[in-house]
Ligand binder design. Structure first.
Ligand code: SAM
Ligand code: DTB
Ligand code: SF4
Length: 350
């Protein structure tokens, strides 16, 4: 019998799940995972920052907030054609979803025509499209859906109780409203959070309860490990216990069995063994390509190696013939235009 998809989780029972003996927890998560997903398939998304830095919000983790001096160069909204070129490169490197992020509180009316043209252009390449542009009202959500946007990313980030320690310029209910506008517009919801910001185990349970008790589970649930960026208030935050991170992935898998749980930011600091454990715990999506939005991510060939060692396949077909892809990966210099240049946009990480 398939495990049931529930929307009535309580914080207490999720705290208990988080404290289950490690082997029991991972066994349970892997069992649920196999009921709903191919255990050897991982979905790959590529990120691009289409508008970088100078954000008016005060998210304590974020290198792009104008309030913190992180040495990041601000960049205006990219040209539509330049975004489409980056999407072509992501597709050639084997990505199946292209996620465009902007350092905005919310998009302005005058930004919309450009953003909608990006959605259309990227979709025409045969890629899935995702955007994360901040808060959306119902009209902007409808316009994005109409242009063909498949996913909208908007994270709850943490529990309602801890949220005020991290962000003061928008409320938890603002975030829930945006998710509701995205869902009502018919787009798929991508929503998750960040671990390692100083939150308690109860806060992690609280975040997962918020996500799983939404009217529909988010289709994608990114679990980010805090990337500590110099100049942000969280720069000196203590390290997260890797086993606690893996436990949280396992519990997310159990609570939202049909969703894609994404092992998101923070992989640059994770060993191959830790990432393998995350996949075993039920993570089945990653960001691929050597830059997240402004911070480094493992190089594509490193991830290809890891996938090969673990016998993992990209979930959707690799869009280039495998030997052609191998040639590209073997000659990064000759194919430089296909790879992101992380050095162009590098917030200093610890
Ligand atoms: N400005 C938009 C917003 O906040 O809704 C979209 C872009 S914002 C950078 C997207 C998400 O990236 C945030 O909600 C947060 O979860 C994640 N993020 C940002 N900085 C991070 C960091 N240093 N470590 C881990 N995740 C981070
Ligand atoms: C998500 O949950 N993580 C991504 C994506 N959604 C937009 C962003 C991670 C950003 C990490 C810090 C940076 O590179 O700026
Ligand atoms: Fe701005 Fe998004 Fe960064 Fe918050 S997370 S400061 S809203 S770019």
């Amino acid at each position: 019998m398939m495990s049931t998809v529930r929307h009535d989780w309580t914080v207490e029972e999720v705290e208990q799940l988080l404290n289950t003996p490690f082997n029991d927890l991972l066994f349970q998560a892997q069992t649920v995972h196999r009921e709903y997903h191919d255990p050897n398939a991982v979905q790959v998304s590529t990120l691009l920052s289409i508008k970088t830095g100078a954000c008016p919000e005060d998210c304590a983790y974020c290198p792009q907030s104008a309030r913190y001096d992180t040495g990041l160069e601000r960049e205006r909204l990219m040209e539509v054609e330049a975004v489409i070129e980056k999407a072509k490169a992501a597709k050639a490197a084997g990505s199946d979803r292209f996620c465009m992020g902007a350092a905005w509180r919310s998009p302005r009316d005058k930004d919309m025509p450009y953003v909608l043209a990006m959605v259309k252009g990227v979709k025409e390449l045969g890629l899935e499209t995702c955007m994360t542009l901040g808060m959306l009202d119902d009209k902007k959500a409808d316009a994005l859906a109409e242009a063909g946007l498949d996913y909208y990313n908007h994270n709850l980030d943490t529990s309602p109780e801890f949220y005020g320690e991290i962000i003061t310029t928008r409320s938890y209910s603002d975030r829930l409203n945006t998710l509701s506008n995205v869902r009502n517009a018919g787009m798929k919801v991508c929503s998750g959070g960040i671990l390692g910001m100083g939150e308690s185990h109860k806060d992690r349970a609280g975040l997962l309860v918020q996500l799983a008790n939404l009217p529909a589970h988010p289709d994608s649930v990114p679990i980010n490990q805090l990337v500590k960026v110099a100049g942000t208030p969280l720069e000196t935050q203590g390290d997260l216990d890797p086993l606690d991170f893996i436990r949280t992935i396992a519990v997310a898998r159990i609570m939202m069995p049909a969703s894609h749980v994404r092992l998101s930011a923070g992989r640059e600091e994770m060993s191959e063994e830790m990432q393998a454990m995350c996949f075993f715990a039920g993570a089945n999506s990653i960001f691929y390509g050597e830059c997240l939005l402004t911070t480094p991510n493992p190089a594509a060939n490193k991830d290809q190696d890891l996938f090969r060692k673990l016998g993992i396949n990209s979930e959707h077909r690799v869009t280039k013939a495998p030997q052609e892809l191998d040639e590209i990966l073997a000659q990064p210099e000759q194919n430089a235009d296909l790879f992101y240049d992380a050095s162009q946009r590098s917030a200093q990480t610890h």
